[in-house]
Ligand binder design. Structure first.
Ligand code: APR
Length: 231
């Protein structure tokens, strides 16, 4: 079975109503990054950080997967599909994707501050005083700026086995996440879907498709599902 690796960013969830980070009016404009998504912010004002993620979690719960998420899930009928996402929403999973790796964590999970292996599903608000089984404060299971991105080696090894790479809705601005796409093997066919022009690292021969995810991705998927098994 051919492997399709789908590398997504905030743009794949934009049409589900979840704001991207860098588009005008993006999420960060409401909050300066250093205010909420850093370990320093957590030390200085944990309530602000919890409130920020509680607001985002509510938006995720109220959002629904769009045609792009669903098309990516539909590829599993014919391909070995691996989704590597920078998004912390669960829309890929809710659309039916069964193999999703979150590089920057998951907003629908909380984590112990005493033992990072202790994770707890959460769909409502996380508050000060919500403790793990060891009695320590729970935090969002999200990678903050300045923190390690532990899933990079795993993501790079998945990418190294790709026959087709589909990059959707990411400005490829943030490393080390963006560097994962460079691990695709030379023979892999590469596609990038974005309404804006994304300056892709020049040694990546990528077929750029200018368009929004909910329109461009289903068209690509339809083509790939019709392709013969051969070649
Ligand atoms: N369809 C496809 N792409 C879209 C759409 C859409 N409807 N709307 C916007 N985009 C594109 C934008 O043109 C942009 O290139 O999605 C991309 C979003 O880029 P960013 O806002 O930079 O989001 P992302 O690349 O996911 O950011 C990476 O940065 O802030 C950190 O940790 C955060 O995971 C995030 C990381």
């Amino acid at each position: 079975m051919k492997r399709i690796v789908v590398f997504t960013g905030a743009g794949v969830s934009a049409e589900s109503g979840l704001k991207t980070f860098r588009d005008s009016g993006g999420l960060w404009e409401e909050y300066a990054v250093e205010e909420v998504a850093t370990p320093e912010a957590w030390k200085r004002d944990p309530q602000l950080v919890l409130t920020f993620y509680n607001k985002r979690r509510k938006q995720v719960v109220e959002a629904t997967p769009n045609a792009a998420h669903k098309a990516i899930a539909a590829l599993e009928s014919k391909y070995d599909v691996r989704v590597i996402t920078q998004n912390i929403d669960d829309l890929h999973e809710r659309a039916g994707s069964s193999n999703v790796l979150h590089l920057h964590g998951e907003i629908m999970k909380s984590r112990s501050t005493a033992d990072e292996n202790l994770l707890y599903p959460i769909s409502g608000n996380l508050e000060l005083g919500d403790h793990c089984e060891l009695g320590s404060q729970l935090r969002p299971h999200v990678v903050w700026f300045g923190e390690q991105v532990p899933e990079i080696p795993h993501a790079s090894s998945i990418m190294s086995g790709a026959d087709i790479v589909l990059i959707v809705g990411t400005s490829l601005n943030v490393y080390p996440a963006a560097g994962v796409v460079l691990h695709a093997p030379p023979h892999a066919r590469r596609y990038l879907v974005d309404p804006a022009s994304v300056d892709v690292v020049d040694d990546l021969s990528v077929k750029v498709i200018k368009g929004i995810a909910s329109e461009a991705v289903p068209l690509l998927v339809q083509q790939w599902l019709q392709e013969s098994e051969v070649d």
